[in-house]
Design a protein around this ligand. Structure first.
Ligand SMILES: Cc1cc2nc3c(=O)[nH]c(=O)nc-3n(C[C@H](O)[C@H](O)[C@H](O)COP(=O)(O)O)c2cc1C
Length: 377
C-alpha cells in the first residue's frame, strides 16, 4: 500500500473518529469526564450541580464560550468568554450566543429536575447593539417551584450527530410533531421531510459548506481549532477533537497535521470533502428554527429552543446535525445566506438549520469541567 493511500484511509478513520468514532479514554484530565460527573454530582450547591449539566450544551465548534460568576446564594451571572468567539464565521457573535442560550436552558432543566425553578433574565444590563461585550449574557436565579421537564431525560445522550443518516428510514410524523412542540412561540419550527423538499435545501447547505471550505480564512478558523490526538484533546478539551484508535501513531509520525487539512490539494482536504459529501447525501429530513426578529436576544432564545429540539429528537430516537454554513454572516457566504433567508426566513431570521434522521449512537464530545468555567467576582 502506498504511503498516500495509507494516509487517506487512515485519515478517513481519523475524521470519522473525530466526529464520534471509537474514543480512547484518557486517564488524566479525562475530556469526557464532565459527561459522567453531571449525573453523579454531590455538590451541596444546586447551582454547581446544574452547571455540571449546562456545560454539556451544544455550541459552535465546541468552543464552550461560557463563563459563570456565582452571586449571593441563589444566583449567577453568565458571561461570554470573549476570547472563545469565532470572528471569521460568526462575525456578529450570533452563533456563540445561541450556544449560550442552549447552556442556560440546560441549566434550567437540570435545576427543574431537582424541583428548583431557574429564572433566566437574558442581558440584564442591556443587549449589546453590535458584538457581545463584557456585560452578562444572562442572570439566572434559583428558587422553589421547578417542574421537571420530560425532555431532560435525553440530556445524557444528546449529541450533534455528524454522520450519514439512514435514507431508508423517513422521519415519523409523530416524532416531527414532538419536535415542533419543543420549539416555543414566537420562534418558528420548520421541516422538510420529502425528497423533493429536502433536495434543494440540502444542495444549498452543501454549496455553502463548500464555500466555507474554499474560503481560506473561514476554513482556517476550523483548522486552527483542531485538537489532533488524545494528548491535545486532554490539554484542550474543546474545539474540533480528532482522536481515537490509530490516531496517536499518525500524530507521532507527523502524518496527521493541520497542514494536511489546510487547503485544496493537501492530502487530508479531499478526504474531508468526500466524507462530508456522503454525509449531506444521506439526509432524509431537514429542520430549522426561525426567529421573528434578529439580534442577541433572539439568538439566545433560539439557542434555548435548539437545545430543546435536540433533546426532543434524541427522545424520539432521532439524530440531529446542525449545518450552519449557509446562515453565517461573512462576505463570501452572502449569496447562500440570502438564499437561505429568502427560502426559510418568513421575514425573520433563520437561526439554526439541521439534518435530521436516524444513525447509530454517537459518543459524546469533550468538555472542560464546569469548575474551570467559574470566575471570581
Ligand atoms: C450555533 C451552533 C452551530 C453549529 N454549527 C455546526 C455546523 O455547522 N456543523 C456541525 O457539524 N456542527 C455544528 N454544531 C454542533 C457543534 O459542533 C456541537 O454542538 C459541539 O461540537 C458539541 O458537540 P455535541 O453537540 O455533540 O455535544 C453547531 C452547534 C451550534 C450550537
Amino acid at each position: 500500500m502506498t504511503t498516500r493511500r495509507r494516509f487517506l484511509l487512515t485519515t478517513a478513520g481519523v475524521l470519522l473518529a473525530g466526529s464520534g468514532g471509537l474514543i480512547r479514554a484518557v486517564a488524566a484530565g479525562d475530556p469526557l469526564g464532565p459527561w459522567t460527573a453531571a449525573p453523579t454530582a454531590l455538590d451541596p450547591d444546586p447551582r454547581l450541580r446544574a452547571l455540571g449539566w449546562a456545560v454539556l450544551a451544544p455550541n459552535p465548534h465546541n468552543r464552550q464560550p461560557w463563563l459563570v460568576r456565582l452571586s449571593g446564594t441563589d444566583s449567577l451571572l453568565l458571561f461570554c468568554d470573549l476570547d472563545r468567539r469565532l470572528p471569521v464565521t460568526d462575525p456578529l457573535d450570533r452563533q456563540i450566543t445561541i450556544g449560550l442560550g442552549a447552556f442556560a436552558e440546560l441549566f434550567r432543566m437540570a435545576a427543574a429536575a431537582e424541583g428548583l425553578a431557574a429564572r433566566i433574565e437574558p442581558f440584564p444590563d442591556g443587549v449589546p447593539a453590535q458584538r457581545l461585550d463584557a456585560r452578562p449574557v444572562a442572570r439566572i436565579t434559583l428558587g422553589p417551584g421547578g417542574v421537571a421537564d420530560p425532555l431532560f431525560v435525553a440530556a445524557p445522550t444528546r449529541r450533534s450527530a455528524k454522520r450519514p443518516f439512514d435514507t431508508a428510514r423517513p422521519v415519523p410524523a409523530g416524532a416531527l410533531a414532538a419536535l415542533a412542540a419543543a420549539v416555543p412561540a414566537p420562534l418558528r419550527f420548520g421541516a422538510a421531510t420529502t425528497p423533493e423538499t429536502v433536495a434543494p435545501l440540502r444542495d444549498l447547505a452543501w454549496a455553502a459548506w463548500q464555500t466555507e471550505a474554499m474560503t481560506p480564512e473561514a476554513h482556517g478558523e476550523s483548522v486552527a481549532l483542531m485538537r489532533l490526538g488524545a494528548a491535545a484533546v486532554a490539554a484542550q478539551p474543546d474545539g474540533i477533537s480528532v482522536w481515537g484508535p490509530g490516531i496517536e501513531e499518525m500524530v507521532a509520525r507527523g502524518e496527521l497535521t493541520r497542514d494536511a487539512m489546510a487547503a485544496p490539494g493537501r492530502p487530508g482536504f479531499q478526504v474531508m470533502l468526500d466524507r462530508y459529501r456522503a454525509i449531506f447525501d444521506a439526509t432524509p429530513a431537514m429542520v430549522w428554527i426561525t426567529s421573528p426578529g434578529s439580534g442577541h436576544a433572539a439568538a439566545f432564545a433560539a439557542g434555548q429552543a435548539w437545545l430543546r429540539l435536540n433533546l426532543a429528537a434524541t427522545a424520539a430516537g432521532l439524530s440531529l446535525h446542525p449545518i450552519s454554513q449557509a446562515l453565517q454572516e461573512y462576505p463570501a457566504m452572502a449569496p447562500h445566506y440570502a438564499a437561505a433567508q429568502a427560502r426559510l426566513g418568513e421575514g425573520g431570521t433563520v437561526q439554526m438549520l439541521g439534518r435530521l434522521g436516524t444513525a447509530p449512537p454517537v459518543p459524546p464530545t469533550p468538555r472542560w469541567p464546569a469548575a474551570t468555567r467559574i470566575v471570581g467576582a
